[in-house]
Write a protein that binds this ligand. Structure first.
Ligand code: PQQ
Length: 222
């Protein structure tokens, strides 16, 4: 198998689209409390994405690479107040009946989610640029999952205002672009067997981060 196929095979088997919680979300069987719990806990992940991207940015040694990466921070933080992915996620929370204060307070974020998010941020803090960028490659799979999620929300959870789904609609495009930029970097950097192993391990670890978050959310909702 060539290296790109090996990379793609990791999420194919382990990405969180296969997790029972996501399967139930798509089948329409989550309760309001479960869906709110997921949105609240996932906000903890969302608010750390620009932080981990800032850590990655500091590891990129050429202007063209930093230029390619820097937009990820403004995608989430917005260029001005009231824009960006974090703002859109807050609106998703409001559409589901949560308040901004509840989301920002972090109360209700379960310990397993905190640990998993810490794990991802720390991989980006302490790992090599190759490992940190390889870990982001789950994004190659996120757009398909988000399309399924948008359809499931519209069909099964009409109590959530469809305007709240804008986070996912915007992210489908951004995720596809980001994955398409990160993949050639990883392919060009990972030349030796050890580097390739490190990239595959980082991507597998990231799949575990996402999986563990859903395990923890599911357990808390029981
Ligand atoms: O809802 C999802 O299923 C999902 C998954 C992922 C992912 O695969 O890491 C990301 C996102 N959403 C997302 O919204 C996002 O901004 C994001 C950034 C990253 C990353 O690793 O840089 N992953 C993801």
């Amino acid at each position: 198998m060539d290296f790109e196929a090996e990379l793609r095979a990791v999420p194919e088997r382990r990405y969180h689209h296969l997790h029972p919680f996501n399967r139930r979300m798509h089948a329409g069987t989550l309760s309001k409390e479960e869906l709110r719990g997921w949105i609240l806990n996932r906000f903890h992940y969302q608010r750390h994405i620009p932080i981990k991207d800032a850590l990655i940015l500091a590891k990129l040694d050429r202007p063209e690479r930093r230029r390619m990466w820097i937009h990820r921070i403004t995608d989430h933080d917005g260029g001005v107040e009231g824009e960006g992915g974090i703002e859109r996620w807050l609106r998703l929370g409001e559409a589901a009946g949560l308040t901004r204060d509840e989301l920002w307070s972090g109360e209700g974020v379960v310990p397993g989610v905190r640990l998993a998010v810490d794990g991802y941020v720390n991989l980006c803090r302490h790992g090599t640029a190759l490992e940190a960028v390889a870990a982001s490659l789950t994004e190659l799979f996120a757009p398909d999952l988000m399309r399924v999620r948008i359809a499931a929300f519209e069909r099964h959870y009409p109590w959530i205002d469809p305007e709240g789904l804008r986070y996912f609609r915007v992210r489908v495009e951004q995720g596809a672009r980001d994955g398409g930029q990160a993949l050639p970097l990883v392919l060009s950097w990972a030349r030796t067997p050890d580097q390739r192993r490190a990239a595959l391990d980082a991507l597998a670890y990231k799949c575990q981060v996402l999986w563990t978050m859903l395990d923890a959310i599911e357990e808390a909702c029981r």
